[in-house]
Design a protein. Structure first.
Length: 573
């Protein structure tokens, strides 16, 4: 085929892309124009490398499939002439003449002929033939109704669709359309024969009709496999390219101390970034909590100091909208604060028992706490107690999380985590063989990170029956509670504190330890990864400081920095 004109460069680009796909495979929708393939072309051999049945250095790519997928992509992108030229030059048609005829019959609304053609396009599975016939005749039925040919539609339903004995519930729905208007989702089908072709394409074997966007799917799959195999990938997928194999260096991991926050007067036990990443809250043995604000350049400054607890503050919890903060005193009380003003809005306490953990209900209308009497209590924001629970096997309550659908998660005894459905009161358990010291819930509520007494961190998939899916080792924990967290791009990493004064980072999928960050002079009790900035990590230590880790040293001008309890680093630590 000659005269391609402006589409000649498009064909060259697609040939280049095909070579890239070969390399990717070795290392690891627009509607299609009907009749786009040219079944009568004379075959022309491609260059000598492609003379065989397979291509690629490993011999795993079938030449015919590869060419057909590229032709399909060209047609889908609107490059009809380039697609036709590829078919002509390769001698490999996208579709057989029988399939082209079948597709044209669908577009023309030749329903009886198209059903007959189903038996001529190479389908061996009779169930697929019936299902495809059902879709075609369903379209015929809707178009007859749309044309107010009710009796003909009824005849089609009775004599053509019903005898197929397929999808009886759908037949009842179609029957109801005879006497009442059909739902909006069905009106889309009327007159949309291209939509019918898409549905048939999903149903028919790919050897007969190439699935839409198959080439895009293969390329995406290759890129994703490369991303998941990269131990340091911690940046947006838009940074990936088809031009070269993907690889990140360690420079994508926050491993340099950019700032040291020194405002606490005693050990810092807990840190947590807000959901929007604009604030960091810290809790200390000095009986205070501090809210730090993250500026546009990534520097942190003290916004509010929260004082009022009579005992050390063990944990904090951000409201869903980040406008309020809970602080929990050690077996004392929970305080709710206004982030913007630093005002204490409410104190939650219970006579005779201490509060040991705190969390927000997903709606932000209630708060929950684990109590020292081994129960879980829920309050309205004004302090009115709503209800409480105590599981049958509960021996203690510490650490508390709530999933987006309201399932309460808490350590309920030394070696078990309770997952309690608040509505049904159904209980599930994660049973460990070692004492559990703390846990952390993933952002998507699908995984739980459980820290154990034996210096292991276990990753559990909590969808359905809990399954252990990962283990992380290397950090030190002998006396204190050391907390871990998810973090990085798409939470692809696990970070943990350690009693050897270092911060440990593992690749989540492989379990490989990729960094151990020195700098603190005391045990690192807690870490928190900024949920909106994969390159910012905070760590809290017994050395009374919080370290902010990043990719490179910030260039920040700040007068009298030490007077505000902030130290800016001028180089790596």
């Amino acid at each position: 085929m000659g005269g391609v004109g402006d589409e000649e460069p498009a064909l060259k680009r697609m040939k280049f892309l095909s070579k890239g796909l070969v390399a990717l495979s070795n290392g690891s929708s627009s509607k299609e124009p009907v009749g786009g393939s040219s079944s009568g072309f004379m075959a022309r051999p491609l260059p000598s490398e492609g003379d065989g049945q397979v291509i690629g250095s490993r011999g795993v790519i079938k030449r015919e499939e590869f060419v057909r997928i590229i032709a399909k992509a060209l047609y889908s992108l609107g490059y009809r002439k380039s697609g036709g030229q590829l078919e002509e030059e390769s001698g490999i048609p996208l579709h057989t003449s029988a399939v082209n005829l079948f597709m044209q019959q669908i577009v023309d609304g030749d329903w009886d002929e198209s059903v007959a053609s189903l038996h001529k396009i190479g389908l061996e599975d009779e169930s697929i033939v019936k299902s495809a016939s059902f879709l075609i005749l369903e379209q015929k039925f809707f178009e007859l109704l749309d044309g107010e040919k009710v009796m003909e539609a009824l005849k089609t339903l009775r004599t053509e669709i019903a005898p197929l004995c397929t999808n009886r519930s759908r037949i009842h729905e179609l029957t109801s359309h005879i006497v009442s208007p059909y739902p909006k989702q069905d009106t889309v089908r009327v007159g949309s024969r291209s939509k019918l072709l898409e549905e048939l394409q999903k149903l028919l074997p790919p050897t007969i009709m190439i699935p839409e966007k198959r080439l895009e799917h293969l390329v995406e799959q290759a890129l994703i496999l490369q991303r998941e195999a990269c131990p340091f990938h911690n940046s947006s997928d838009k940074d990936m390219s088809l031009y070269s194999d993907h690889h990140c260096g360690k420079d994508q991991i926050p491993s340099r101390t950019l700032q040291i926050l020194e405002a606490h007067d005693d050990e810092v036990w807990f840190v947590q970034f807000s959901h929007n990443g604009k604030y960091l809250a810290s809790a200390s043995n000095d009986r205070s909590a501090i809210i730090w604000e993250v500026d546009v350049n990534g520097g942190l400054s003290e916004k509010r100091r929260l004082s009022g607890h009579q005992r050390p503050v063990s944990s904090v919890s951000w409201s869903p909208d980040d406008q309020e903060l809970l602080t929990c005193g050690v077996e004392e009380a929970i305080r709710r604060w206004d982030v913007s003003t630093g005002k204490c809005l409410q104190i939650y306490a219970k006579t005779g028992v201490g509060l040991v953990s705190c969390a927000w209900f997903p709606t932000g209308k209630y708060i929950l706490s684990g109590l020292s009497d081994k129960s879980i209590c829920m309050w309205e924001l004004d302090g009115n107690e709503v209800e409480s629970w105590k599981g049958q096997k509960t021996q203690k309550i510490s650490d508390l999380e709530i999933t987006g659908d309201g399932e309460i998660i808490s350590i309920c005894k030394d070696n078990a985590v309770l997952l309690l459905n608040r509505e049904t009161k159904d209980e599930r358990f994660i049973d460990e063989y070692q004492t559990i010291t703390s846990f952390s819930l993933s952002k998507n509520n699908k995984f739980l990170l459980v820290s154990l007494l034996n210096q292991e961190i276990h990753l559990w998939n909590i969808e359905g029956d809990p399954k252990l899916v990962g283990k992380y080792k290397g950090h030190r924990r002998t006396r204190f509670i050391v907390r871990s967290c998810f973090g990085g791009f798409k939470q692809g990493f696990i970070a943990s504190g350690s009693e050897d004064s270092q911060v440990y980072i593992w690749h989540r999928n492989s379990g490989e330890l990729i960094e151990a960050l020195p700098g603190h002079s005391g045990a690192v009790n807690c870490v928190s990864w900024n949920p909106t900035n994969p390159h910012m990590l905070a760590s809290a230590s017994d050395d009374r400081t919080i370290r902010i880790w990043g990719l490179s040293c910030m260039k920040v001008k700040h007068q009298n920095a030490h007077s505000n309890g902030i130290h800016y680093c001028n180089g790596g630590t």
